[in-house]
Design a protein around this ligand. Structure first.
Ligand code: GDP
Length: 139
């Protein structure tokens, strides 16, 4: 089934010049980039984005991190893209991520793990809408 998902190259990925490396993997895997922009979230915007994690011990830290510098946000489209992109990213903890995944190859920390990807259709829809309006998404 054709789906959309939200991808973020997090501030560590942008500052370490990994935008090209991440985009190359998406393109090589045949995931279509429907929208793409660089943004800098405020602390409040990062808290809104990670609202599901409110109350967890890492909530303050991860929202500081996500608002610490620019991110590249993308809407991706393809067959089964939510699962396919999560597989390309690898596990949250890069030490547990499979060989050849983005996080295994580039992450330096459980928090500084280079990329984000939506984990369900419902979250994908709301996350895409958090960052993009209809005019910004290529049809
Ligand atoms: P994801 O869907 O694989 O990104 O993982 P989660 O939704 O569980 O967590 C969101 C983000 O919070 C992760 O990508 C990490 O950047 C960060 N994070 C998750 N677990 C931890 C943790 O135990 N400690 C810290 N410092 N950050 C974490």
């Amino acid at each position: 089934m054709k789906e959309r998902t939200l991808s973020i190259i997090k501030p560590d990925g942008v500052s370490r010049n990994l935008i090209g490396a991440v985009v190359k993997r998406l393109e090589e895997a045949g995931l279509n980039i429907m929208a793409m922009k660089m943004i800098r979230m405020t602390k409040e915007q990062a808290k809104g984005f990670y609202k599901v994690h409110e109350g967890k011990p890492f909530y303050e830290s991860v929202t500081d991190f996500m608002s610490s510098g620019p991110c590249v946000v993308m809407a991706l489209e393809g067959e089964d893209v939510i699962k396919r992109y999560r597989k390309l990213m690898g596990a949250t903890n890069y030490k547990e991520a499979e060989e050849g995944t983005i996080r295994r190859d580039f992450a330096t920390d459980i928090e500084k793990n280079v990329v984000h990807g939506s984990d369900s259709e419902e979250n994908a829809r709301s996350e895409i809408n958090y960052f993009f309006n209809a005019l910004e998404i290529a049809k």
